[in-house]
Design a protein around this ligand. Structure first.
Ligand SMILES: [Zn+2]
Length: 463
């Protein structure tokens, strides 16, 4: 039995100048974890410092020297060095803390890859996803998650790694590092507001799909309005991330888990509740045989951050998920963003091609399962928010054992995981049965058209 772990956090007591990326973020998370009795349910793994060689998997030797040199600097020099970068605040302990954040993340990767735990979360700071090969940026010194991806490739020979960045800011640092690399699929949603919101880069938009061999492996979902909530996030997962992720079939999933995309955060101004993060986590646990490493990035509203971290860890531990509050109807702006991303990525992913001009996937079996599940059943189910879920499997449904488990697991996010499965092994059940993919595609399209006024999460699937 696997169980989640919480990294024993080392209190990084620095950043007297930055007034939001503060040590209290970790203290508060730990208090809440204790309150919910979650610490005792997790394995704790000792933290070490990341080595210079590990840091240089991603960063240049010159940049490493700059960060190292800040240990000896006086206030004035620190300010001067910080000013070389955008939104960075060096302190004499920054280098040590940043090395610990790297080391903690890598220890988690080792624990998951070696099967010491099924999954886990590293509560670290400073965060990492803005930092680049030669630059600190946006509170980030070393790119913890990017280093973890390179480390996992080098140490365990992994071919496909998925990075999901649900922080409210675009992890442009991570995008730059893997832009031309098809072995790492990077997904980020972020407050964008038509490029008005920091870091205000054109390459944060949906049309930045990756370069060269990496085309199709960089997915940006730009949020052009604030106030995005549970239904918008679920829509982006069901209609963009999950279909592509199942097709990509990663061997490891890393999450750049920023909770500034949650309600109350002064940076994000979004409205997703802490429960939403348990659902997002649960979805990701169905990939990579459950090998999931969640690594803290942003999140500056202490209560919202801490509650969301607890929700994430409860999901990692396999607890039933709380129902999502609010009407499950993505806003128009979110639907538009999702449509744009799907259109931009259509050339690269079978699951998205499949919706279009009659070109059918060569991987018929896979699409015949995932497309109805993610594009129809789950959106309807999440729109409806049932109190109990029945799954009826007839004798002629052609699903293998893995597909049946996955179907059940994905539906466990609903009805507080109260789920009843009826499997008829012999005889005949009169179910709608469409023998080939073309019929299924057509049938689903018609049903979607009929039902999308009522079940709003269906709106994102296609025009
Ligand atoms: Zn952020």
């Amino acid at each position: 039995q696997g169980s989640a772990i919480v990294e024993k956090m080392f209190l990084c007591l620095f950043s007297p100048i930055c007034n939001i990326e503060v040590p209290e973020r970790l203290l508060s998370c730990y208090d809440y974890l204790q309150c919910y009795n979650l610490v005792e349910r997790c394995i704790t793994i000792p933290v070490r410092e990341g080595t210079e060689n590990e840091i240089m998997l991603v960063h240049s030797a010159d940049y490493l020297e700059v960060v190292k040199s800040t240990q000896e600097m006086k206030e004035e020099e620190l300010q001067k060095t910080s000013a070389d970068y955008d939104s960075v605040y060096f302190h004499p302990t920054t280098f040590r803390c940043a090395k610990l954040a790297v080391g903690a993340t890598l220890e988690l990767v080792d624990a998951v890859m070696l099967g010491k735990t099924r999954n886990g979360m590293a509560l670290v700071r400073p965060p990492g996803h803005h930092s680049q090969r030669n630059a600190a940026n946006g509170f980030c010194i070393f790119n913890n998650v990017a280093i973890a991806a390179k480390y996992a490739q080098r140490t365990y020979g992994l071919q496909r790694i998925l990075i999901v960045d649900w922080d409210v800011h675009h992890g442009q640092g991570t995008q730059y590092l893997f832009d031309a690399d098809p072995s790492v699929l990077y997904f980020s949603w972020h407050r964008f507001e038509h490029q008005q919101f920091w870091p205000s880069l054109s390459e944060s938009n949906y049309d930045a799909v990756g370069q060269e061999k990496g085309r199709g492996f960089n997915i940006n979902v730009p949020w052009n309005k604030i106030g995005m909530g549970n239904s918008d996030y679920i829509a982006a997962f069901l209609h963009v991330l999950l279909p592509v992720a199942f097709e990509f079939d990663p061997e490891l999933v890393l999450v750049s888990a920023g909770y500034d995309s949650g309600i109350g955060d002064p940076e994000g101004h979004m409205s997703a509740t802490p429960e939403c993060f348990s659902h997002l986590t649960k979805f990701l646990m169905n990939l990579a045989k459950g090998k999931l490493c969640v690594v803290l990035e942003g999140g500056y509203h202490l209560r919202s951050l801490s509650e969301s971290v607890c929700m994430t860890i409860k999901a990692l531990l396999g607890d039933p998920l709380p129902c999502l509050s609010g009407e499950m109807a993505p806003c128009l702006s979110a639907v538009e963003s999702v449509h744009n991303v799907r259109a931009a990525h259509k050339p690269y992913w079978q699951c998205l091609m499949y919706e279009g001009n009659g070109r059918l996937s060569k991987d018929v079996e896979t699409n015949n399962f995932f497309s109805p599940l993610l594009g129809f059943i789950l959106p309807v189910a999440y729109s409806y928010q049932p109190d109990l879920t029945f799954i009826v499997l007839g004798p002629n449904q052609n699903l293998g054992r893995n597909e049946i488990s996955l179907l059940i697991s994905l539906l466990q996010g609903l009805a507080q995981s109260q789920i009843l499965v009826l499997i008829q092994v012999k005889g005949y059940i009169d179910l709608i049965y469409a023998p080939d993919l073309k019929d299924n595609v057509q049938r689903i399209k018609e049903l979607r058209k009929q039902l999308q006024q009522e079940w709003k999460l269906l709106q994102c699937s296609g025009k």
